[in-house]
Design a binder for this molecule. Structure first.
Ligand SMILES: N[C@@H](CCC(=O)N[C@@H](CS)C(=O)NCC(=O)O)C(=O)O
Length: 316
C-alpha cells in the first residue's frame, strides 16, 4: 500500500482485520462524479463534465468491483467514449501492474496513478479507478459510484437502452444492494480472508443464506427486481460468475456451487447472454488472479477446473 505517497513493500492482500479476525475492506477515497453539465454529484467536487475521450477507466478483469464498471461501460454504449486499461491478473509486490504500458500516464503500476493524483496519498491502490485526462486526477475509485455515474452521468453520450437505476425501483434497488453487498459480494471475501474459525463460520453462513434467498427470489423472475436488468443484477452477477471458479475453492465457500442452484445458474447464464456482457468476463484471469493470492495459496497452483456448464469448458 501507499504511505504518504511512497509504496511500502510490506504488502498484504488482507486489507484490514477486526477484533474477531474478520476481513475489513478499506473505504474509497476519491468520490467525485461525472455529470452531464459538470455540476457536483451526490459527493465530492464539481468540474467533471461528461465529454467523449476525457475519461479513462483502470480495471482488473479478476476484480468483481472493477467488473461492475466494465459491464456498465459496455451496456451504456460507452466503450468508445471512455478508454480503458487492464492490469495483469496476479498482484505483484508493487500491487497491480499493467498488461501493456499505460497509455495515459505512462505508468507501470497502479500505485503510480494514485500518487499522480495525490503525491502524499496513503492507502491501497485499488481498482477500479475513473481518471480525468483533463484535470489529471482521479474522479472516483468507488465502483458503486462509478456504475451509477455510467448509468446517468454521461447524458446523451450514453445509450438509453438500459436504465440501470430507474426512479421507480430506487428504494428497492438500494435495499437489495445493502442486503447483497455485506453477505454475498463482500461475504465471500470475509470467508476467504477470515483469520479465525468463527469469522469464517459467520461469513460462510452469510454467503449461503444470501444465495438461498436469491435462489428463492428468482423463482418465476428473469432478474432480481423483475423483468428488467438493474445495477443490482450487475452487482450480484459479478460475484456469481466468479463463485464456482474461484470462491468455492480458494475462499472455502464450498457448501454448494452456483451450478447446484437451478435458478441462480440459469440467471447467471441469462445475464451472461446479454449482448456486451460475455466480453467482460475472463475466467482465466479470474482463476489465475485469485489462485495467485499467496497467503491463501502459497504454491500458486491454479486448478484445471471446474467445468462450469455454459460458462467455462474444461475438456476431459
Ligand atoms: N471499494 C472499492 C473496492 C475495490 C477493491 O477492493 N479492489 C481490489 C481488487 S478486487 C484491489 O484493487 N485490491 C488491491 C489492494 O487491496 O491492494 C470498490 O468497490 O471500488
Amino acid at each position: 500500500m501507499l504511505v504518504n505517497g511512497k509504496w511500502t513493500a510490506n504488502w498484504q492482500p488482507v486489507q484490514g482485520v477486526d477484533a474477531k479476525g474478520g476481513f475489513v475492506r478499506q473505504t474509497s477515497s476519491f468520490r467525485n462524479w461525472v455529470t452531464p453539465d459538470g455540476s457536483a454529484g451526490p459527493t465530492g467536487e464539481a468540474g467533471f463534465k461528461a465529454e467523449a475521450g476525457r475519461y479513462h477507466l483502470y480495471v482488473a478483469l479478476i476484480c468483481p468491483w472493477a467488473s461492475r464498471t466494465i459491464i456498465g461501460r459496455s451496456l451504456k454504449g460507452l466503450n468508445d467514449v471512455i478508454s480503458m486499461s487492464v492490469v495483469e491478473p496476479e498482484l505483484t509486490d508493487e500491487g497491480w501492474r499493467f498488461l501493456t504500458p499505460d497509455p495515459i500516464n505512462g505508468a507501470t503500476y497502479m500505485h503510480e496513478i494514485y500518487t499522480k493524483a495525490d503525491p502524499t496519498i496513503s492507502g491501497r491502490a485499488t481498482v477500479p479507478v475513473l481518471w480525468d485526462k483533463k484535470q489529471n486526477t482521479i474522479v472516483n475509485n468507488e465502483s458503486a459510484d462509478i456504475l451509477r455515474m455510467l448509468n446517468s452521468g454521461f447524458g446523451d453520450l450514453a445509450s438509453s437502452e438500459y436504465d440501470l437505476y430507474p426512479e421507480a425501483l430506487r428504494a428497492e434497488i438500494d435495499a437489495l444492494n445493502d442486503y447483497i453487498y455485506p453477505r454475498l459480494n463482500n461475504g465471500v471475501y470475509r470467508a476467504g480472508f477470515a483469520t479465525t474459525q468463527i469469522a469464517y463460520d459467520e461469513a460462510n453462513a452469510d454467503v449461503f443464506a444470501a444465495l438461498d434467498d436469491l435462489e428463492a427470489r428468482l423463482e418465476g423472475k428473469s432478474f432480481l427486481l423483475g423483468d428488467t436488468l438493474t445495477e443490482t443484477d450487475i452487482r450480484a452477477f459479478v460475484t456469481l460468475v466468479r463463485f464456482d471458479a474461484a470462491y468455492h475453492g480458494l475462499f472455502k465457500t464450498n457448501l454448494k456451487r452456483i451450478a447446484d442452484y437451478p435458478n441462480l445458474q440459469a440467471y447467471m447464464l441469462r445475464v451472461l447472454a446479454i449482448p456486451g456482457i460475455r466480453e467482460t468476463v475472463d475466467i482465466d484471469h479470474i482463476k489465475r488472479g485469485y489462485y495467485s493470492i499467496k497467503t491463501l495459496n502459497p504454491g500458486g497452483i491454479v486448478p484445471r477446473g471446474p467445468h462450469i456448464p455454459g460458462l467455462y469448458e474444461v475438456a476431459a
